[in-house]
Design a protein around this ligand. Structure first.
Ligand code: SAH
Length: 213
């Protein structure tokens, strides 16, 4: 588990390229510069780690593309102390970016193998979410609701009601909605019964699954 000045240089370049692609939130760019992305990926891919690409990880899943991670983090305007619920822990890279932005992160993963792997790995490199949960993201995490922000990192066929219900008034839910490609959808809870909806372009995520395979 090495992080060298070469890796740091590659991360600085990655942050620069994300800035050119429209990421302007300094806290997001700082987190991209800080989190050692190469350690989240199988070492046979190490050379590619700091390109703006998604990659395969364990259990047939992917680590999101840096631009997507940066975009979602920027749209949510993550602030220090925000209570954030993430659906789809996966490699833990997005989780680590949120932790680097000083959010209190709860993250749910439905694949046990990934859940175990990431639970051991994140503390090892010094990133400590509040809690990693093995469970079904469609249910959210009512024990710790309401949340300031909810981020879904898998493509959902629809917006789960439970996630809307677990949002604070003034809170934001960001979720890619659709089939093979998805529309990044932002819901802002403007009152207990009202949500404002914004559609923010097309993305491609692995599917948010409804039942165990
Ligand atoms: N945030 C991750 C992205 C991983 S890909 C990263 O940065 O690496 C999406 C993840 O969502 C996969 O790990 C997949 O297993 C998980 N997932 C899919 N459906 C889910 C569900 N219903 N509940 C929780 N996690 C789910």
């Amino acid at each position: 588990m090495r992080d060298t000045s070469k890796h740091q240089g590659l991360r600085n370049q990655l942050a620069k390229s994300l800035k050119n692609k429209g990421i302007s939130d300094q806290k997001v760019l700082d987190a991209i510069r800080k989190v050692p992305r190469h350690l989240f990926i199988d070492s046979s891919f190490e050379d590619h780690t700091y390109r703006d690409k998604a990659f395969p990880i364990a259990a047939g899943q992917t680590i999101s593309q840096p631009y997507t991670v940066a975009f979602q983090s920027q749209v949510l305007r993550i602030r220090q102390g925000d209570k954030v619920l993430e659906i789809g822990t996966g490699s833990g890279y997005q989780t680590a970016v949120l932790v680097a932005m000083q959010a209190e992160v709860y993250s749910i993963e439905r694949q046990h193998e990934l859940f175990k792997k990431t639970s051991l790995f994140l503390p090892k490199i010094g990133y400590r979410p509040k809690k990693l949960i093995f469970g079904d993201g469609y249910k959210g995490f009512p024990e710790k609701a309401p949340f300031d922000k909810v981020i879904v990192t898998a493509g959902a066929p629809y917006i789960p009601k439970a996630l809307m219900a677990q949002l604070k008034v003034g809170g934001k839910l960001l979720i890619p909605v659709g089939g093979l490609t998805q529309t990044m959808t932002l819901l802002i809870r403007t009152s207990p019964k009202k949500f404002e909806k914004h559609e923010l372009g097309d993305f491609t995520f692995v599917p948010m699954l409804q039942k165990k395979n």
